[in-house]
Design a protein around this ligand. Structure first.
Ligand code: ADP
Length: 183
């Protein structure tokens, strides 16, 4: 089973849910930049203070902050492997990640792209009720995704790493589809 994974997909695609399942099954480190950033906000740290407003608008936090968080985690990662969820979110982050992973000799083994219709995304996000899940912020997050993150699908496809997975249906069914592509 592959153990250095990256999950791509729009907000609401179920990345976090599926990432947790795969990580607990395969004992991988779950590296969710959204969760790490939310923890900084809750802890009211220096970083948290800098990112709170940006996150609440659905904009992207600065690449510098996100990259330093990810770097720290990956440098200290153990043999079991990792799953990146919510990162990279733009081409600059993706290229910086390639450089970092080259340095660490830990190449990505599969990029799983979770695909889902827009109507379903919005429904799911509205019912989730996080503080950055108001309709206006959701629309902005989807816009940011389309403009900045979705080009990564082509980026990884061209590198021959991309595995597309249909993300609609039961959580367990989607999890099985993901397992198939990371075998
Ligand atoms: P979702 O997948 O539902 O959009 P996340 O939990 O992944 O939510 O991220 C929540 C917020 O955290 C984003 O809207 C953004 O402000 C910030 N964020 C998370 N990851 C990154 C990243 N790699 N680069 C910049 N900002 C990020």
């Amino acid at each position: 089973m592959k153990n250095k994974l990256l999950f791509l997909g729009p907000p609401g695609a179920g990345k976090g849910t599926q990432a947790s399942i795969i990580c607990s099954n395969l004992q991988l480190m779950h590296l969710s930049t959204g969760e790490l950033l939310r923890a900084e906000v809750v802890g009211d740290t220096d970083i948290g203070k800098q990112v709170a407003l940006i996150m609440n608008k659905g904009e992207l936090v600065s690449d510098e902050i996100v990259l330093s968080i990810v770097r720290k985690k990956l440098v200290n990662a153990n043999q079991a492997g990792w799953l990146l969820d919510g990162f990279p979110r733009n081409l600059l982050q993706a290229k910086a990640l390639q450089t970092l992973l080259d340095e660490l000799s830990q190449p990505i083994q599969a990029v799983v792209s979770i695909e889902i219709k827009d109507e379903i995304l919005i429904e799911r996000l509205i019912s989730r009720g996080r503080t950055d899940d108001t309709e206006e912020v959701i629309r902005n997050r989807l816009k940011v995704y389309r403009e900045q993150t979705s080009p990564l699908i082509d980026f990884y496809d061209q590198l021959g790493m991309l595995k597309a997975v249909f993300g609609e249906g039961d959580i367990e069914d989607v999890a099985l589809r993901i397992r198939k592509v990371i075998e």
